[in-house]
Design a protein around this ligand. Structure first.
Ligand SMILES: NC(=O)c1ccc[n+]([C@@H]2O[C@H](COP(=O)([O-])OP(=O)(O)OC[C@H]3O[C@@H](n4cnc5c(N)ncnc54)[C@H](O)[C@@H]3O)[C@@H](O)[C@H]2O)c1
Length: 347
């Protein structure tokens, strides 16, 4: 692809996690970073210098007026997403936006609708399903190695101090389900299919934060399978597993397990294979975040290939409404008690 044909990108929000977006874009030859934008001028300028962007802005609308862009990558927190996606769509600029899509279902639906109405592509940065070990699990299931899956357990249990890098997490009244559970529920959907009904119990173990930090969700899927998705940021054990998702999928012909240390064990028709599924990750990644960081690169490559093929990305806005619906149903179940049927996505 020649320089002229490169897709012209601006990254909006240059905070904690955006550094991973920016590093990953610098590895993708089809994309040219045209500008960065953060309402904090020091952050915008630091990102401009570090990643060699020609321009830095503090105002998104000013940037959209001044620059000719193909797409923006929004890495701000969720309260800003509706307004920022709306601005990009109004300028006919395609959008990637970080999870969670927005604080409410109404905002999420409005985001999806604004992109549909403006005919711009929308992908939610829902990256856990693009982690290499999880891609390996999904591939084994898709190849039929375990037959038809009927049970899954996906666990993310950690005592890692997420609050120092992301201080806003300590003050959110709704915390682990919407911040972290959303990823694990999305992976569960990607493997086990849509949820028909779910039941969730939440706990607040850490007294110093505002929201729930442990959530256990039981799901019945439309295909009849059952899953348990359990998440915790109050699990004290060594070795600390952050940010590993431990999972087990049982099917009619075998079981797939993603174990501690990224060991992948597949029992298929009575034979067992075990291998190391930890990927070799780029030099800018850093343990223990490396597998998450690499999934950012995998997700961005997916955006480019979907763009080139003219297909919807896997984690399109409409797709992500289904995952978001699981989170809302989980909160409703935890608050009211009893099982809840997740909301249907907006068509
Ligand atoms: N997918 C993942 O694995 C993952 C991991 C961590 C965080 N995240 C998500 O990334 C998002 C950002 O999180 P973070 O921890 O990097 O937050 P952060 O607060 O460190 O960074 C957000 C940045 O956006 C800027 N900003 C806010 N509003 C703006 C606006 N209107 N215009 C321009 N800039 C604006 C802020 O100044 C800040 O620098 C959140 O939605 C979070 O859930 C995702």
């Amino acid at each position: 692809m020649s320089t002229q044909q490169k897709l012209r990108l601006a990254v909006i929000g240059c905070g904690f996690f955006a550094q991973n977006h920016l590093h990953a874009w610098s590895e993708i030859p089809e994309v040219e970073l045209i500008a960065v934008c953060d309402r904090d001028p020091a952050r915008a300028e630091a990102a401009r210098q570090r990643f060699g962007a020609p321009a830095a802005y503090t105002d998104v609308e000013a940037m959209l007026r001044a620059e000719r862009l193909d797409f923006v990558d929004i890495a701000t927190t969720m309260e800003t997403h509706r307004a920022l996606v709306g601005l990009a769509a109004a300028h006919g600029v395609h959008v990637i936006v970080q999870k969670p899509l927005a604080p409410s279902w109404e905002d999420c639906a409005a985001i999806v609708e604004s992109c549909r109405a403006a005919n711009v592509r929308l992908m939610v940065h829902e990256n856990f399903r693009f982690q290499s070990p999880i891609l390996a699990v999904r591939k084994a299931v898709a190849e039929g190695r375990i037959g038809t899956p009927h049970f899954a357990q996906l666990s993310f249990r950690s005592g890692y101090d997420v609050y120092s890098g992301q201080p806003y997490l300590a003050t959110e009244k709704r915390f682990i389900l919407i911040d972290l559970g959303i990823h694990i529920l999305d992976v569960c959907r990607a493997i086990m299919g849509e949820a028909q009904t779910l039941y969730c119990l939440t706990q607040q173990v850490n007294p110093e934060i505002a929201g729930e930090d442990v959530a256990t969700t039981l799901i019945r899927h439309a295909g009849g399978g059952v899953s348990i998705v359990d998440c915790s940021y109050s699990s004290r054990r060594l070795p600390e597993l952050f940010p590993q998702t431990i999972l087990r999928i049982e099917g009619s012909a075998g079981t797939i397990e993603l174990l501690e240390g990224y060991r992948l064990r597949v029992t298929s028709n009575g034979a067992v294979e075990e291998r190391d599924a930890e990927p070799v990750t780029p030099g800018w990644t850093e343990k223990p975040w490396h597998v998450v960081q690499e999934s950012v690169l995998n997700l961005q490559r997916h955006w480019i290939s979907a763009w080139m093929n003219g297909t919807d990305p896997e984690t399109s806005g409409v797709d992500n409404l289904r995952t978001y619906g699981l989170v809302m149903a989980a909160y409703a179940s935890a608050e009211r008690g009893g099982a809840v049927v997740p909301a249907a996505p907006v068509p």
